[in-house]
Design a protein around this ligand. Sequence first.
Ligand code: 8DG
Ligand code: MG
Ligand code: MG
Length: 148
Amino acid sequence: MESGTETRPKVAVVVFLLNRYKVLLGRRRSSVGRDTFALPGGHLEFGESFEECAAREVKEETGLDINKIEYLTVTNNVHANASKPLHIVAIFMRAFLAQPNQMPQNVEPEKCEGWDWYDWNNLPSPLFGPLETMARSGFNPFPADEND
Ligand code: 8DG
Ligand code: MG
Ligand code: MG
């Protein structure tokens, strides 16, 4: 196998951080999905639970503390057009702010232009591919009883 080519899929954990009817999104500066709006998240580390990975990635990328972390769904994504082909199994979680008045910080400015809250009914464009596909399919990350 050519050096630098991935030989196995990677596992990523991605978080719908919910606040009223808004989600936290940031415009990516990373090579995969550059300039698109995406959720906080990153790669599962050895020995981590999905919940631990969600809390760690959100903290590392936004400085926010989250709770009520729950599994939602999984997608299988082959990014054939990336500079280096990538195959990612993405575990989607949802969570809420541990302290409701926390403000997101752009802790990794080399990877993200900044974080902001976006209304689920008025999402920015372009969304990162896997997120775009989910939103278009009618997927809704909010708990069934959340209606404000
Ligand atoms: P790490 O070094 O912190 O572990 O990784 P990262 O730099 O934070 O990874 P990432 O690219 O932000 O996320 C890993 C993969 O997750 C990404 O390459 C593709 C997949 N992924 C999706 N949807 C989303 C999404 O909405 N947001 C993020 N961040 N990743 C997503 O399939
Ligand atoms: Mg990360
Ligand atoms: Mg990330």
